[in-house]
Ligand binder design. Structure first.
Ligand SMILES: CC(C)(COP(=O)(O)OP(=O)(O)OC[C@H]1O[C@@H](n2cnc3c(N)ncnc32)[C@H](O)[C@@H]1OP(=O)(O)O)[C@@H](O)C(=O)NCCC(=O)NCCS
Length: 188
């Protein structure tokens, strides 16, 4: 189980990362109903407010059970929800988890995921004591690949034909980042 506090709040220069609230449903739907944002996701774009409400409720339940850690990414100045980042597939014994992120299309290219990602990785290694963080992406997802590499992740392999979604088969690129190196200040 991921041993985080329920009232977690991570601050960066421009952003705060904190658990999603019921009032975020409309903003969350606007982000994840966008086909560009969902192009490489393993689920289709959201279509109704219930998709967002269900996601927020499930995230809260999973956080309470310490199964995963899902945080909204908010602009500090305005409180605007920009997207979300999460840790999941946690292995306590091996001290590893998987990371994921998604940002509203209009917010891409401002360095927000670099900033949010660094903060979540730092929290994962220094506070949660993780030893390794993994990310699995579609090899065609150039934006995510670049963002991960900028965060210090190394592409470690290609998992062939890993997914089949609506009859479309796709590969997965697996990325890894170690605490060793990051905590010595050499990764970021
Ligand atoms: C991937 C994603 C999170 C990147 O967020 P972002 O805030 O735009 O990323 P940043 O601005 O921090 O950029 C990080 C680096 O990636 C590069 N980059 C971002 N999007 C890119 C794209 N589409 N193509 C090529 N490079 C891209 C940036 O130029 C930057 O590198 P640089 O500083 O050398 O110029 C965002 O595009 C997104 O939400 N995509 C859809 C969701 C998704 O596919 N998530 C991955 C599944 S885990």
């Amino acid at each position: 189980m991921i041993p985080h506090a329920l009232n977690i709040l991570i601050e960066t220069e421009r952003l705060t990362l904190q658990p999603l609230k019921p009032g975020d449903a409309h903003a969350l739907l606007a982000i994840f109903s966008n086909t560009q944002v969902m192009k490489y996701w393993n689920t289709p774009p959201w279509t109704s407010l219930n998709d967002a409400i269900d996601f927020i409720n499930q995230s809260e339940a999973d956080m309470r059970d310490q199964q995963s850690l899902t945080l909204g990414i908010y602009l500090k100045d305005t409180g605007q929800l920009l997207g979300k980042c999460l840790l999941f597939s946690y292995s306590q014994q091996s001290r590893r988890a998987e990371i994921g992120f998604g940002l509203g299309h209009e917010y891409w290219g401002n360095g927000y995921i670099t900033e949010a990602g660094r903060a979540l990785i730092d929290y994962s290694f220094t506070t949660l004591g993780l030893r390794r963080i993994e990310a699995e992406i579609d090899p065609d997802n150039a934006g995510s690949a670049k963002a991960l590499e900028k965060l210090g992740f190394v592409r470690e392999g290609l998992l062939r034909q890993r997914w089949e979604i609506n009859g479309v088969v796709s590969d997965s690129a697996l990325y890894g980042l170690l605490a060793q190196g990051w905590c010595e200040g050499t990764s970021a």
